[in-house]
Design a protein around this ligand. Structure first.
Ligand SMILES: C[S@@+](CC[C@H](N)C(=O)[O-])C[C@H]1O[C@@H](n2cnc3c(N)ncnc32)[C@H](O)[C@@H]1O
Length: 240
């Protein structure tokens, strides 16, 4: 892929895609903190008036720092396009004046991150740097204190929205399996995991690292309480 950063006029500002971790404000990196505090403006996705990413770093923002809320419906795709298009115009204004913008992203920016939609619009035209963050995947394994994968084991990460056929392929291939974006798919994916005989090797982790974190064996979850902000982890084999 052509990045084209060398063609960008010197004196332009930089967009930092900053991972702010899974929720615990102590789980942001030193580099993320420095980039956020040095930026002229911070941008962040907003859903139904709330921004998870901004809430994580609320205590670290400088007074007087400009804020650019991005209207980013959870559905993504076409519905989210106008919000990202508008944000790019605003961000480009800062960059043209030589000012930096930090785009906050929950977890890691490039792991199913909202920053991906901005990156696709900005790359090649503006200077972009990505600051990796602690992802929800590793935060969920940490909450369980169970090895995600070790030695020569294979890991499959799949959205719970995938078809049963696709999910079965992932389960057949991998030793450690993570299903993200659980929410309304909970009943179906739990039934699938049980049908594969893996029900007693599966866990549900909700809002890892946050004060409201829930960690449960999959079988113990009331489906009515299952949320989008959860990952199901399945450990077919414990590494020996
Ligand atoms: C749009 S993706 C964002 C992932 C994020 N960029 C990351 O690196 O963790 C959202 C999904 O990540 C998972 N997720 C995000 N934060 C989580 C948390 N604190 N605990 C458990 N799962 C989380 C959920 O599966 C959720 O549906």
């Amino acid at each position: 892929m052509v990045r084209g950063q060398d063609l960008i006029p010197s004196g332009s500002g930089t967009v930092y895609g900053v991972g702010v971790g899974p929720g615990d404000p102590e789980l942001i990196t030193l580099k993320a903190l420095k980039r956020i505090q040095a930026a002229r403006a911070v941008a962040y996705p907003v859903q139904k008036g709330d921004s998870v990413a901004r809430a994580i770093v609320a205590g670290y923002l400088r007074p007087g720092q400009d804020e650019i809320p991005i209207d980013a419906p959870m559905t993504g795709g076409d519905a989210a396009a106008p919000g990202y298009d508008a944000a790019v115009v605003t961000i480009a204004g800062y960059l043209a004046r030589g000012e930096d913008v930090a785009v906050l992203c929950e977890g890691d920016p490039l792991f199913y991150g909202s920053f991906i939609y901005l990156l696709l619009r900005l790359a090649g035209r503006h200077r972009v740097e990505v600051v990796p963050g602690v992802s929800s995947l590793t935060a969920c394994a940490a909450a369980l204190a169970l090895p995600l994968v070790g030695r020569d084991q294979r890991l499959a990460v799949m959205p719970a929205s995938g078809s049963d056929r696709d999910l079965r392929q992932g389960f057949a291939f991998a030793d450690g399996i993570a299903l993200v974006k659980v929410g309304r798919h909970f009943r179906r994916v739990r039934a699938l995991i049980e049908a594969l005989g893996l029900g007693d090797r599966a866990y549900y982790v909700e809002r890892a690292s946050q004060p409201v974190q829930r960690v449960l064996p999959l079988a113990a979850v009331d489906p009515a309480t299952a949320t989008y902000f959860a990952i199901i982890l399945v450990f077919k084999e414990t590494p020996s």
